[in-house]
Ligand binder design. Structure first.
Ligand code: TRP
Length: 450
């Protein structure tokens, strides 16, 4: 098949790898991975997360890219066409719809946190953290999130930035990512170097890499699995819609492996940079979503040229979030353009507005409505749990089932075009049996059914 998407195509394999890595690497790696690792006791959680990335994430990523490229449309229409091609029930299209909703919900809170990162660019640059203590950094963060107007302003700004790029077509960011991702990696290495000098490095390494399974419950296993989907941008159509813009000849399998490796490297480096600071200052690893904002500024306040490096770091973090956020909304925008015959601009305004509105709920959940809880969770916690722990694994499960059981072997083999038959067999085994069974077991365990 040599169809091309109506929304255009990546200029090369490298462009796709960069864009998909840009989507994968974001707040999930640097903000979320460290704090959920802290909340779930460290090593055992990290081990399960890594297992999920490589045994479930990589094969599903190959499947999701493949579906996108085969269909060449927004995930909703792609699923409709592919179900038809396979002679399956048109209901599969629902997978596309669930993905669109998940994308809206994730972006609504993602944008709020990206707003925090933007606020911290200004704060670090202004020298606010010079020589500050751990307590000081904590109270600065506390005051910041207690102020709904500030959070709202930054959330609004981030949403505008996101929609500006999406309006021009997601391919606009591909050139920027080429420089920004390596720069982010370099700064992380520098931070790890700083952390190594601080004395608690061994303790951090132990915390992250020596598994103690008594610290991990089944809820933690679900969180680790959900995060594997989240950090790789899987299960809601982001990667599918990017796959739709992928030239036909490019090998999908090796691309998926490269993206997963890059993504994992960034997350582990972030952990190695943050936990030494946590331990040396006697902070609480499980302190939640504020973790990086309460640790890294201490380092920037103490190291030489800290204001400079700190500003750079948060700027790059904002860019990483930016290149992720555009992929969260692209499936919806592509669908509006295809089915509602809207211009890209109009489609962006509408979907941006809806996301922005839902985001206000998250803004308030850190201050005014922080006491309003459903099942002991704030609005933000509920959104995060519903999307990362439920919707994404379900989406991933459906993608695996569709690719492994519904599509014919001839089609998947042709589209994936692995150079060795054994690799195709291994992939098929993973998406047919391993991923679906693993997801189902983890779900059942989390609700105490087994
Ligand atoms: N993976 C990104 C991160 O780690 C976030 C993201 C982008 C995402 N697109 C997604 C998460 C699709 C889930 C699904 O920051």
């Amino acid at each position: 098949m040599n169809k091309v998407s109506q929304h255009g195509q990546w200029s090369s394999r490298l462009a796709f790898v960069l864009a998909a890595t840009g989507s994968a690497v974001g707040l999930g790696n640097i903000w979320k991975f460290p704090y959920i690792t802290g909340e779930n006791g460290g090593g055992a959680f990290v081990l399960v997360y890594l297992l999920c990335i490589f045994a479930i994430g990589v094969p599903i990523m190959a499947a999701e890219i493949m579906l996108g490229r085969r269909g060449r449309k927004s995930p909703i229409n792609t699923m409709r066409d592919l179900a038809k091609e396979a002679g399956a029930n048109p209901f599969w299209k629902t997978l596309g719809w669930v993905g669109v909703v998940a994308g809206f919900l994730i972006l609504s809170y993602y944008s709020v946190i990206a707003g925090w990162a933007m606020a911290y660019v200004v704060r670090v640059a202004s020298g606010m953290f010079e020589g500050v203590t751990a307590d000081g950094v904590g109270s600065i963060f506390g005051q910041f999130v207690a102020d709904p107007e500030k959070l709202l302003a930054w959330h609004s700004l981030f949403m505008i930035l996101t929609m500006l790029v999406v309006a021009r077509g997601v391919k606009g960011l591909e050139r920027a990512v080429k420089f920004l991702m390596p720069a982010l990696l370099l700064l992380l290495v520098l931070l790890v170097g700083y952390a190594m000098d601080q004395g608690a490095f061994r303790q951090a390494v132990n915390f992250l890499f020596s598994p103690d399974f008594s610290k991990l419950n089944s809820e933690g296993v679900l969180t680790a699995m959900g995060h594997a989907f989240f950090t790789l941008s899987l299960g809601m159509g982001s990667i599918m819609v990017y796959g739709a813009y992928l030239p036909s000849k490019v090998s999908i399998g090796s691309t998926a492996v490269i993206i997963a490796l890059a993504d994992t490297a960034v997350a582990l480096l972030a952990g190695l940079a943050i936990f030494p600071i946590v331990f040396i200052h006697g902070l609480e690893p499980g302190s939640g979503p504020g973790l990086i904002f309460q640790t890294l500024p201490i380092a920037f306040g103490q190291m030489e040229y800290g204001a400079f490096f700190g500003t750079m770091f948060f700027v790059l973090l904002v860019f990483a979030a930016w290149s992720s956020s555009i992929s969260l909304i692209e499936p919806a925008v592509a669908w509006l353009v295809e089915n509602r015959k809207m211009s890209r601009m109009r489609a962006c305004i509408w979907s941006g507005l809806v996301t922005w509105l839902v985001g206000i709920g998250t803004v308030l959940s850190f201050n005014i409505t922080s006491d309003i809880k459903f099942f002991d969770k704030t609005f933000f916690d509920v959104l995060d749990y519903l999307t990362a722990n439920i919707m994404l694994p379900l989406g991933g499960l459906s993608i695996a089932v569709f690719a492994g059981w519904v599509m014919t072997k001839e089609v998947t083999k042709e589209e994936l075009n692995f150079n060795k038959p054994a690799v195709f067999k291994a992939w098929l085994f993973l998406v047919k049996y391993v991923s679906p069974v693993a997801v189902v077991i983890v779900f059942l365990k989390a609700v105490n059914l087994i």
